[in-house]
Design a binder for this molecule. Structure first.
Ligand SMILES: NC(=O)c1ccc[n+]([C@@H]2O[C@H](COP(=O)([O-])OP(=O)(O)OC[C@H]3O[C@@H](n4cnc5c(N)ncnc54)[C@H](OP(=O)(O)O)[C@@H]3O)[C@@H](O)[C@H]2O)c1
Length: 337
């Protein structure tokens, strides 16, 4: 597994990381034993950049990682651990709003450290920007966590270019984590150039289009009734079949390269820029190895151009979030590409 530098402050992470969210939330049921085995497999494959958040579960995803670290002495030091605060939920999972107030930042961090059972968090993100609190105040509180040794590096998620600039004036921002994949490319217009200019690394979340781009999900019936994706416009009945056109293209290109569609989708991201890393989520040991394999696959300029021309003829149907969540996506264009 190759490592990549994130930002300009010295953080280096595996180019393919692991999104842990689906192990505890949003994508249907999972088993503790399997999740722990997947984490062990990730370590073995050098997939050591792990992504969680307090709101996944809520809270149980961080607790899962905490149990893994307790059961595997020495594992913590091999992992670059990222978590997030700001999206508040109650125990029933109901969304309570975004909170970027300094006092909350500090208490959320202490709670995450406790659940994870670690002394520090490597990369601490604000999950969504709080429109009620100036970003300078939130990042000021995050900077105090760095000074206190509780956090090593700072990040934001789904923040606009303007917010990135303002945040960076308070403390270096090491990474922006936003959605980026073959069917979600809106960050290319303004966000990625701003990250480049400010020396901010980019972490692509949902790099497999929440699983859709892999071709493994062929219809809505493949998803459990509790699966959040059933409420995502791109997975809606009227859009699902239309969006399979894009999957067919990825499958065709992957076959030509002798790789899987998931590997192709991840390699496409890594080939955009050396400062980009991807954090695919999986609950499968086999897929850990498969996804890790994408780091060895390079798409050259000519191939990327051919792909762009092919993509230009394919429309993505549906926005990437349901209406209620859209207002929280600060950095996005109106069409939510
Ligand atoms: N900052 C944010 O607001 C935000 C939002 C969303 C997600 N995230 C982070 O990003 C991470 C990744 O995003 P994501 O989980 O939403 O989407 P993703 O990585 O695009 O897709 C995950 C889905 O793809 C499936 N999958 C994984 N590898 C596969 C393969 N090789 N072949 C076929 N299917 C495969 C997984 O199924 P199985 O689990 O069954 O393998 C799962 O259903 C999350 O875990 C989370 O940490 C952050």
């Amino acid at each position: 597994m190759q490592n990549r530098k994130l930002g300009s402050q010295g953080l280096s992470v595996s180019a393919i990381g692991l999104g842990c969210m689906g192990m505890s939330d949003f994508y249907g049921s999972s088993e503790e034993k399997t999740n722990l085995a997947v984490l062990a497999a990730a370590l073995e494959q050098g997939v050591t950049f792990w992504d969680t958040a307090d709101m996944y579960g809520p809270w149980t995803n961080e607790e899962l990682l905490g149990r893994f670290f307790r059961q595997h002495p020495g594992a913590r030091d091999k992992v670059k651990l990222a978590t997030k605060f700001a999206n508040m939920r109650n125990a029933g999972g109901e969304f309570l709003g975004v909170n970027g107030r300094p006092d909350y930042v500090k208490s959320a961090c202490d709670a995450s450290l406790r659940r994870l059972g670690v002394e520090h968090i490597d990369l601490y993100y604000q999950h969504r920007v709080d429109p009620q609190v100036p970003i300078e105040e939130t990042v000021g509180a995050m900077a105090e966590l760095v000074a206190a040794g509780k956090v090593r590096y700072l990040g934001l998620s789904e923040a606009s270019a303007r917010t990135l600039r303002r945040a960076s004036s308070v403390h270096p921002i090491t990474a922006l984590q936003s959605e980026y994949s073959l069917w979600s490319r809106s960050v290319e217009a303004e966000i990625l150039p701003t990250c480049r200019e400010l020396g901010i690394g980019f972490v692509a979340y949902s790099p497999l289009g929440r699983g859709f781009l892999t071709g493994a999900i062929r219809s809505r019936a493949d998803l459990e009734a509790s699966d959040w994706r059933l409420n995502n416009p791109r997975f809606a009945e009227e859009n699902f079949q239309l969006n399979l056109q894009l999957v067919a293209l990825v499958e065709q290109l992957a076959a030509a390269r002798g790789c899987t569609p998931a590997q192709y989708a991840l390699a496409w991201l890594l080939s955009q820029d050396q400062r980009i890393v991807a954090i695919p989520g999986t609950r499968s040991e086999q897929r850990i190895a498969e996804n890790a394999g994408a780091a060895a696959l390079v798409l050259d300029g000519a191939e990327l151009e051919r792909l762009d021309s092919a993509l230009a003829g394919i429309e993505v149907h549906g926005s990437r979030y349901p209406k209620a969540a859209v207002s929280l996506l600060e950095g996005d264009t109106p069409e939510l590409g």
